[in-house]
Design a protein around this ligand. Structure first.
Ligand code: PRX
Length: 659
């Protein structure tokens, strides 16, 4: 069990929502929350129909709310039609927000550019018209491999405007990961930049696209549209490569939005599962957007004069829902940031909150923990050295937040004035599922607290039976909800098997272990599958293992997670080479080479923190690797269990030695 989970289990403090906040909240007080819960539990379809009519602009109204005829392939509002981009742009311009700032963009080196809703509308239309002029249309798939920028948001919106299904690949992923996604999604278009800037360094993007396409099976890619970010030198393939600025030149600033079916896929986003191959999580248009917008209003208490800042990258689901779609659908002003929290120094986040008068700040526990460390080392980077009085709400996402970090965030950043919403959700859920409502829920550090209205989250045992409070079990969602994953792109069987196992009565299985306390608050205990959570990013142990064994020196590898004070979990790899285990300097050298290899194969986030070599791995007599033991060894703890079932007990001793 990780240290953070142990500390969560002994946490008993409760912080009521600040009174001043409650008074003005969109959902204010327990009664209003209870009324929504009751309404959604009593007649879920009527509840969702009311929400979908109130929150979305429909081109063609829906008549059926939920189609359950082919579970678990649920369809929501399926005969309705709308356009997601029009719901983010025209809808706000029509309400008189055309001159309101939509995005304040701050680059890595501190340059600030803003764009109003009307200007963003024109930009999105020009890009959409450009893409249309190249022949792209509804249903085509585009890979988006861009740095954080106004252009990244605009390109995603332009795809949505035409019904092109985007699949964003995080800029930190390697050419090989990019290749895998281009092939799996059957992309005909790639949108990228020459380079991206992170922490003062230029990192090539276009060359990774060239490499990916060069790996073969990408004949379908007709164009690579390139946003010029740095003017760094890049290779150019005539006819295929097109500069974004050339593409939009002379394009009209008006592009009629294509009305798509409510169930039309808006995007596919790859995430790690328990096998080696990432899953293409497919989301819908209407149901997804509905929840993105509703959770902006509920969880983030969106108000017209807010300045919202979600620090995620658009390469992850958080950046999709709470940068590209939610804040725009809600008509908010938001900050989009290109850089990293520690450049040019660890005061960057606080300085930006001060500069842009951010009211609502949403980040990950791993960032909070690293900034706590930095502020302890140097007072200049402590939040108290900045004017953070604009803040009124704080959010956390991606992994359990340990109570110490929670309390620091609440007291040092929020000055006990700002509620902290610890939001539990997943790539597959589309938006927040379990979270405090800032004007309602008493907060418990380390708990994501209660389910949102409409979300039937529960803890069950292995046959789907409810478990009593205080007992651990599987976190499930009992009834379908509009923003849920629709399928795994190209693999409906895997979708069924992964998320709706037969034993669980048709419930959605989240893959997290959790327990509920007597106040119906959820406490997440971590993944129940072979998925790690490193710095809030999901990583399959099998993915890392298969990349290690693809190295010519490696015969076998097993990867486990180890609790880590900064990144939540860290990757530890046990490796058997095709020759005997290396020692001393040679072991250090090979470990370094393998770490770089994984970074190149998957991306730097997958780099093992530690590699240990052995002549074998601990296996049962039937040949199964005993990961349970490896997790203990990785933590440098003594193995006290009976190891007599091991085929080769002596191996444990060899593996306890770190390189
Ligand atoms: O284990 C849970 C953890 O992150 C997983 C989902 O990862 P991903 O799909 O990459 O989405 C991350 C951003 C939504 C979950 O299965 N997780 C996410 N948020 C929390 C969390 N664990 C505890 N508390 C959270 N607030």
């Amino acid at each position: 069990m990780s240290n953070s989970i142990q500390s969560v289990l002994v946490e008993t403090r409760v912080f009521p929502p600040p009174e001043e906040f409650v008074k003005q909240a969109n959902v204010s007080g327990k009664e209003q929350y209870q009324a929504l819960l009751d309404e959604s539990d009593r007649d879920p379809e009527a509840f969702w129909a009311r929400m979908a009519n109130e929150h979305l602009h429909w081109k063609k109204p829906f008549t059926q709310v939920l189609d359950e005829s082919n579970p678990p392939f649920y369809r929501w509002f399926a005969d309705g039609e709308l356009n997601v981009s029009a719901n983010c742009l025209e809808s706000n311009i029509e309400r008189g927000l055309g001159d309101k700032v939509a995005i304040i963009f701050e680059s890595d080196d501190g340059k600030v550019t803003s764009i109003t809703y009307h200007e963003l509308f024109v930009k999105v239309c020009e890009i959409a018209n450009g893409l249309r002029s190249l022949g792209y249309k509804s249903g085509d798939r585009a890979i988006v491999y861009l740095p954080m920028s106004i252009e990244a948001v605009a390109c995603m919106q332009a795809c949505a405007r035409l019904g092109i299904i985007h699949s964003v690949v995080f800029g930190g992923f390697s050419a090989k990961s990019l290749h895998e996604r281009i092939v799996d999604v059957g992309a005909t278009l790639v949108i990228t930049a020459d380079e991206q800037m992170r922490g003062g360094k230029a990192i090539a993007l276009k060359s990774a696209v060239d490499d990916a396409i060069g790996m073969g099976q990408c004949e379908g890619v007709r164009h690579c549209v390139v946003y010029q970010r740095t003017s760094g030198k890049i290779a150019w393939t005539e006819r295929r490569d097109v500069w974004l600025h050339d593409l939009v030149k002379d394009q009209p600033g008006l592009c009629e939005p294509v009305a798509v079916n409510a169930e039309h896929p808006l995007f596919i986003l790859y995430t790690s599962g328990s096998t080696g191959k990432p899953k293409g999580v497919q989301h819908s248009s209407a149901g997804y957007l509905l929840w993105a917008k509703m959770t902006m209003e509920w969880t983030f208490d969106a108000k017209d004069d807010d300045v919202f800042w979600c620090t995620a990258d658009v390469g992850w689901v958080t950046g999709h829902t709470y940068i590209t779609y939610g804040p725009l659908a809600a008509g908010m002003t938001q900050v989009v940031f290109e850089g990293v929290p520690t450049y040019p120094n660890a005061g960057r986040f606080w300085e930006m909150i001060q500069r842009h008068k951010v009211t609502t700040f949403y980040t990950a526990p791993t960032a909070i923990r690293s900034l706590i460390k930095a502020s302890e080392a140097d007072e200049r980077y402590h939040p108290k050295s900045f004017d953070l009085s604009s803040l009124r709400l704080l959010g956390s996402v991606g992994e359990p937040i340990n109570p110490q970090a929670w309390v620091w965030y609440y007291t040092q950043v929020g000055q006990e004035r700002c509620p902290v919403v610890d939001t539990w959700w997943q790539t597959e859920t589309g938006g927040h599922m379990i979270t405090p409502l800032p004007g309602v829920t008493p907060m418990k550090p380390g708990s994501c607290t209660t389910r949102l209205p409409g979300i039937s989250a529960a803890i069950v045992d292995e046959v789907g039976g409810d478990v009593a409070s205080g007992q651990g079990g599987f976190l499930v969602i009992k009834r379908p909800w509009p923003s849920m994953i629709r399928t795994i792109w190209g693999d409906p069987e895997r979708f069924k098997k992964s998320y709706f196992p037969e034993e669980l009565k048709g419930y959605y299985l989240a893959g997290d272990g959790a327990q509920c306390d007597e106040d119906d608050c959820f406490w997440i205990m971590g993944r129940i599958d072979d998925v790690l959570n490193v710095s809030g990013h999901r990583l399959g142990t099998m993915e890392v293992e298969s990349s290690l064994v693809s190295h010519e020196l490696v015969a076998e590898a097993a990867v486990v997670g180890r609790p880590d004070a900064t990144t939540g979990e860290a990757v530890v790899a046990f490796v058997v080479l095709k020759r005997s285990a290396p020692q001393g300097d040679e072991a250090v050298e090979i470990a370094k080479e393998l770490r770089n290899w994984v970074a190149k194969e998957i991306g730097p986030i997958a780099k093992p923190k530690e590699i240990r070599f052995g002549d074998n791995l601990p296996k049962t007599r039937s040949g199964k690797i005993m990961r349970r033991l490896l997790r203990i060894v990785a933590k440098n703890e003594e193995v006290t269990q009976d190891v007599s079932t091991l085929e080769n007990p002596a191996i444990l001793e060899q593996l306890t030695k770190a390189v």
